[in-house]
Design a protein around this ligand. Structure first.
Ligand SMILES: [Zn+2]
Length: 97
């Protein structure tokens, strides 16, 4: 698999967003990639799964850690949860000008 392909969500095929890892997390990386597609089947099915398993209204999104090469779920409690931490590549580029 090419480096580029790894940044596509394996569940929906959409390009994942660069996402700033919260300071209080234990992942130990500056940023990761998270699929923020609200139609992603992984995210859509997660609501039912967590409701059944834990009786809680929450879901998870697909997360890829480029440092370790590992991927896994990141828990979310709403459609917009965690979106504040998305790093917009265009904005990054602008700051460098
Ligand atoms: Zn996805």
């Amino acid at each position: 698999m090419s480096e580029d392909k790894k940044l596509d969500c394996p569940h929906c095929g959409e390009r994942m967003n660069k996402w700033k890892t919260p300071a209080d997390s234990t992942w130990g990386t500056e940023f990761q990639y998270v699929c923020f597609n609200d139609e992603c089947p992984y995210f859509v099915k997660g609501w039912d799964w967590i409701m059944q398993q834990r009786k809680a209204r929450a879901s998870y999104r697909h997360r890829y850690n480029p440092v370790t090469g590992k991927s896994g779920p990141v828990p979310v409690w709403s459609n917009d949860a965690l979106k504040d931490n998305i790093i917009r590549e265009e904005e990054e580029a602008k700051e460098e000008e």
